[in-house]
Design a protein around this ligand. Structure first.
Ligand code: HEM
Ligand SMILES: [Cu+2]
Length: 561
């Protein structure tokens, strides 16, 4: 009996495993929570980071309200310090850096002709780490948000000064978003290195993908420094170590070195993908190939390399030998060379182009002007005797907002208007887009141009109130009015995006006649992106495909001829 059972068992054919679509109840939100599709993850990144942009913006407006008039008593000092900390932290860790990952997630696989990221599950993990970091940080508003600025310098962030949990929440934010970014960066690197369409050599990789690759390498190199910094801070605060306490043989300067070894590359992490977006948008709307593809790709890598070497220009006012000061001054100024190469290449792309004035182009041109001003004031600040005068004044606040708004926000808005049709299948409204652009541009320059003068008049940054000396009262009022105009401009784009989701004209696969592979598929793309991936023969595969179609339709039909 037993024997025969065994033999029947072995003789039973193994049921064949067939892949098939499992019908699932439509539980929409569960699908989003459990998705590993790079497109859905990209959308979740974008929605979350734009939400944080809104929150950070409201915090900025509150700060500006407090500074609108001298000796204002609207906010108490503690709240003010919490607001500048949350604004800076939110904008850097929860908006600009991850919003680039959002675009990267959605578009890198599409642009290189891949069906997904290399590690789809890790990709989801990256997103959820970011969400967790944001949640932990914002949970601190229920007890005590940190008050140490987004740089959390010791001893301000030490247990003696800030015993409450806000600083710990900030530390966890850095750890969680850091792990998320690290995992995401490895994912981007592997995807771009291994999953390009046939024929897409390195010299045919879209420039946006070059910048995401560089962004990833920079994150991989810079994040360990801040991970170490905040870990040491955590043990100092809770486990009795003294890494940062000079009384016990530690050094607060250690924090500054570790922080800025991460913090300066972080600036390029924030702006390089923006450069990538601009390099995609300009040639499409100038109806010309990008000028100097190789120069732009090479300057991206050069900027990243130099960016890793210049961290101590944030520490010009700490005691350093002149040779160190000169080294960091010169290496900082060297960055203007590859940056200049990029700017001239972009201008060369526009030069004698057949320019189509659509909203993505307007934002790209707004980027050029704004970023240029920010770059030039950066060269001033790199000269250390000048920095000794301007350090921690509003001049610096003006400088970095020019860089971040120009380098990141305008570029991100350009990318939003450019790629919205691909992501949603619908166009955004041009009229609202133009209104938004001009309001933002005017609001932006009204807010931040006068802050250079506020700084030159000697007003320090991070102060909640000031005396009415010189023109400070007037200048600050102008700046605050500008901030609200800027806010309205941003709101117009938010309304535009939400309205266009339902009411925008249907876009079709390739509304801009663009040249990279994401336009080869439907809008929005189907689950696995492409029915078939074409062989890539140049930097502009879609142009080749259009030419091929044209050739075939014009070819005399061999039968009827
Ligand atoms: C929406 C328009 C914005 C306005 C009106 C604005 C305004 C301000 C103000 C008033 C401060 C405080 C300066 C001080 O008292 O020290 C500040 C700080 C800061 N902002 Fe913005 N900001 C805006 C957008 C952004 C964006 C888009 C970013 C980054 C991508 C950003 C990053 C920062 C950072 C890093 C700080 C420094 C915080 C600190 O010193 O700890 N801001 N901003
Ligand atoms: Cu720097």
């Amino acid at each position: 009996m037993a024997v025969s059972t065994a033999s029947t068992l072995t003789q039973t054919p193994i049921p064949q495993v067939v892949a098939h679509e499992v019908p699932r109840p439509t539980r929409n939100w569960v699908d989003w929570l459990t998705t590993t599709d790079h497109k859905k993850i990209g959308i979740m990144y974008l929605v979350l980071t734009f939400a944080f942009f809104g929150v950070g913006g409201v915090e900025a407006l509150l700060i500006r309200l407090q500074l609108a008039v001298p000796d204002n008593t609207l906010l108490d000092f503690k709240t003010y310090n919490q607001l500048i900390t949350m604004h800076g932290t939110t904008m850097v860790f929860l908006f600009v850096v991850p919003v680039m990952a959002g675009f990267g997630n959605y578009f890198v696989p599409l642009m290189i002709g891949a069906r997904d990221m290399a590690f789809p599950k890790l990709n989801a993990l990256s997103f959820w780490m970011l969400a967790a970091g944001g949640a932990v940080f914002y949970a601190s508003i229920f007890f005590n948000p940190p008050e140490c600025g987004w740089t959390c310098y010791v001893p301000l962030s030490s247990k003696d000064y800030l015993p409450n949990g806000g600083v710990d929440a900030w530390i966890f934010l850095v750890h969680l978003t850091g792990i998320g970014s690290l995992v995401g960066s490895v994912n981007f690197y592997v995807t771009i290195a291994n999953m390009r369409a046939p024929g897409m050599t390195w010299s045919r990789l879209p420039l946006f993908c070059w910048t995401i690759l560089t962004y990833s390498v920079l994150l991989i190199l810079a994040l360990p420094a801040i991970a170490a910094a905040v870990t040491l801070l955590l043990t100092d605060r809770h486990f009795g170590t003294n890494f940062y306490d000079p009384a016990e043989g530690g050094s607060p300067l250690l924090w500054q070195h570790l922080f800025w070894f991460f913090g300066h590359p972080e600036v390029y992490i924030m702006v390089l993908p923006g450069f990538g977006i601009i390099s995609e948008v300009l040639p499409i709307f100038a109806r010309k190939p990008i000028f100097g593809y190789k120069a732009i790709a090479a300057s991206t890598l050069t900027i990243a390399f130099l960016g890793l070497m210049v961290w101590a220009h944030h520490m010009f006012t700490t005691p350093s030998p002149s040779v160190v000061l000169v080294f960091f001054m010169v290496s900082s100024m060297l960055i203007s060379i590859p940056t200049g190469i990029k700017i001239f290449s972009w201008i060369g792309t526009l030069w004698r182009g057949t320019i189509v004035f659509r909203t993505p182009l307007l934002f790209a041109v707004g980027f050029l002007g704004t970023f240029l001003i920010g770059g030039i004031t950066g060269v001033f600040l790199a000269i250390y005797p000048v920095d000794w005068q301007l350090h921690d004044t509003y001049f610096v606040v003006a400088h970095f907002h020019y860089v971040l708004m120009g380098g990141a926000v305008f570029a991100v808005f350009s990318g939003l208007y450019y790629w919205f049709p691909k992501m949603t299948g619908r166009m955004m409204d041009e009229k609202l887009g133009k209104i938004s652009f001009w309001t933002m541009l005017i609001g932006f320059h009204t807010t931040f141009l006068v802050q250079h003068s506020i700084g030159l008049d000697g007003m320090p940054r991070r102060i909640p109130e000031y005396a009415d000396v010189g023109h400070l009262g007037l200048y600050n009022l102008i700046s605050t009015i500008g901030a609200f105009i800027l806010g309205v401009g941003i709101l117009v784009t938010a309304i535009n995006a939400l309205r266009s989701l339902k009411h925008g004209p249907v876009a079709g696969p390739d509304p801009w006649k663009a040249n990279t592979l994401e336009w080869f598929t439907q809008s929005p793309p189907p689950k696995n992106n492409f029915d078939a991936v074409p062989r890539v023969r140049s930097v502009e595969p879609m142009k080749d495909i259009r030419a091929e179609i044209e050739r075939r339709t014009n070819e005399p039909d061999p039968v009827s001829a």
